[in-house]
Write a protein that binds this ligand. Structure first.
Ligand code: 1GP
Length: 252
């Protein structure tokens, strides 16, 4: 529970944690170490690594490069069971609880469990909830499931509560990478009012203000990916981190 506890501690000291998603297909490996170091210096709390589909990137060498460049945790955000590598620190053990596809609810988990055990990775069980975001996202298409409609916070909060009752340690509200619209604040609020495990929000968050909005509505972990795939945006990493960290750590 090392990485999960690290996330809980970060949330309790800073108010919320900020993770950047690194997709091996989208970030050139020769720029990776510099970006990761820059993120660490700018207040980022850790990295998610993975993608719904990895076509060109080599995930194993990618994870190794991240680990060599930073002491921050590297958490696999798997698009498939082929994305399990011991070089990372933990893996989100995602169950797509917004869908009704048995493979994404439990089937793939059965195949992955012994591999994760052997790898020594810390599995963090996560109820993954897709929220409608304007366009069909890769995550929706790949999981073959309908997202929860944007105007149905009650469905989202009942789904999240069910995941928590099933023992999941995080709830991930996902608009999808590159989403036109991020998860609505009403949904973030309804879910966080209902649940006691941390709520992760990601997909389509393009400004520090949007990130802060999600935290003010109860999100405890914010994930951005796409935005920093454009090198011209790198100098905004600190602004995002500051916006997420609503509580400054107390220095004694
Ligand atoms: C995707 O939530 C993440 O799973 C990040 O989304 O790439 O749109 O920031 P973006």
């Amino acid at each position: 529970m090392k990485i999960y506890n690290y996330l809980l501690n970060t949330i309790s000291s800073k108010g919320a944690a900020y993770l950047i998603l690194l997709d091996p297909d989208k970030i050139e490996e020769n720029k990776l170490a510099a970006f990761v170091k820059y993120c660490e210096k700018s207040g980022v709390d850790g990295f998610l690594i993975g993608g719904s589909l990895i076509i060109n990137g080599n995930l194993e060498s990618f994870i190794n490069k991240v680990k060599n460049a930073t002491r921050l945790p590297a958490i696999i955000f798997p698009g498939s069971i082929n994305q399990i590598y011991p070089a990372a620190d933990a893996i989100l053990y995602l169950s797509v609880v917004s869908g009704r596809n048995a493979e994404d609810l439990i089937g793939k988990h059965v195949l992955a469990a012994p591999i994760i055990k052997k790898s020594g990775l810390e599995p963090i069980s996560t109820g993954y909830i897709l929220i409608e975001s304007g366009i069909t996202t890769t995550a929706q298409y790949m999981s073959g499931s309908f997202p929860i409609p944007r105007n149905k916070p009650e469905i989202a909060s009942a789904t999240a509560l069910a995941a928590e009752y099933l023992g999941m340690k995080l709830i991930y509200l996902e608009a999808g990478s590159g989403a036109e619209q991020a998860v609505p604040n009403e949904i973030v609020k309804a879910v966080s009012d209902q649940c006691s495990v941390p709520i992760v929000v990601g997909g389509g968050i393009k400004t520090p203000l949007a990130a802060r909005d999600k935290v003010e509505n109860g999100a405890k972990i914010i994930v951005t990916g796409n935005f920093f795939e454009n090198e011209n945006n790198w100098d905004l990493v600190r602004s995002f981190a500051d916006a997420v960290h609503i509580r400054k750590p107390v220095v004694v």
